[in-house]
Design a protein around this ligand. Structure first.
Ligand SMILES: CCCCCCCCCCCCCCCC(=O)SCCNC(=O)CCNC(=O)[C@H](O)C(C)(C)COP(=O)(O)OP(=O)(O)OC[C@H]1O[C@@H](n2cnc3c(N)ncnc32)[C@H](O)[C@@H]1OP(=O)(O)O
Length: 158
């Protein structure tokens, strides 16, 4: 599915500059992946097309790269779900004051992930308990779920 992002703001682009140097998703990191996740109808979604240098077996994507983008989609999703929970706008009118880091990330690799196509990552909130946010994720290629992930993200203290 091609996501029309014309009227949407990427969650990672709403981080304050000083918290936006992450290699996977930081807008301030000139060498990074610049993963961009969006909140759409109570779930988060991101697309990413890996370069061929991230090959595992010929034709398939290296699992470490998949874990990296799930990591950043997870922390971005966690921040966005907290914002929704606290009525903090995600429309770009403000930088969001919420930043989460990964305490735990579990990835299950279910099928080889085809190289050369846009991967789709989705995130759903499982629960928020104080500073702990659990998000369930999937990563698909051509409509096939190739990996699933679960993240425990911790909201940084102010
Ligand atoms: C990078 C960090 C620098 C921060 C400085 C600020 C700079 C901001 C830069 C932003 C950067 C963004 C980065 C992007 C996303 C990454 O890739 S993050 C990089 C990978 N992750 C890390 O490096 C995190 C390393 N771990 C830590 O820094 C600390 O352990 C944490 C996660 C911040 C938590 O420490 P804490 O704030 O002192 O909180 P703590 O009380 O230990 O834990 C809170 C709760 O979580 C639970 N918990 C913690 N870890 C676990 C676990 N692994 N399993 C289960 N439960 C756990 C605790 O039991 C506790 O539960 P309750 O007692 O509240 O029920």
């Amino acid at each position: 599915m091609k996501l029309n992002t014309k009227n949407l703001k990427a969650i990672q682009d709403l981080y304050p500059d000083e918290l936006a140097h992450c290699y996977g998703c930081g807008k301030m990191n000139p060498n990074g992946f610049h993963l961009k996740s969006y909140m759409v109808d109570n779930e988060t979604i991101a697309h990413f097309t890996p370069e061929p240098k991230y090959t595992a077996l010929p034709g398939s994507v290296y699992g470490g790269l998949l874990a990296s983008i799930l990591d950043c989609h997870g922390t971005g999703s966690a921040a966005a779900f907290v914002c929704e929970n606290e009525n903090i706008p995600l429309d770009g009118s403000i930088n969001i004051p919420i930043r989460c880091v990964t305490a735990s990330l579990k990835v299950d690799f279910k099928a080889p992930t085809q190289m050369g196509v846009a991967l789709e990552l989705k995130g759903k909130l499982r629960s928020i308990e104080g500073r702990k946010i659990w998000v369930d994720m999937t990563l698909s290629a051509n409509g096939t779920i190739c990996a699933s992930g679960e993240i425990l993200a911790i909201r940084l203290k102010d």
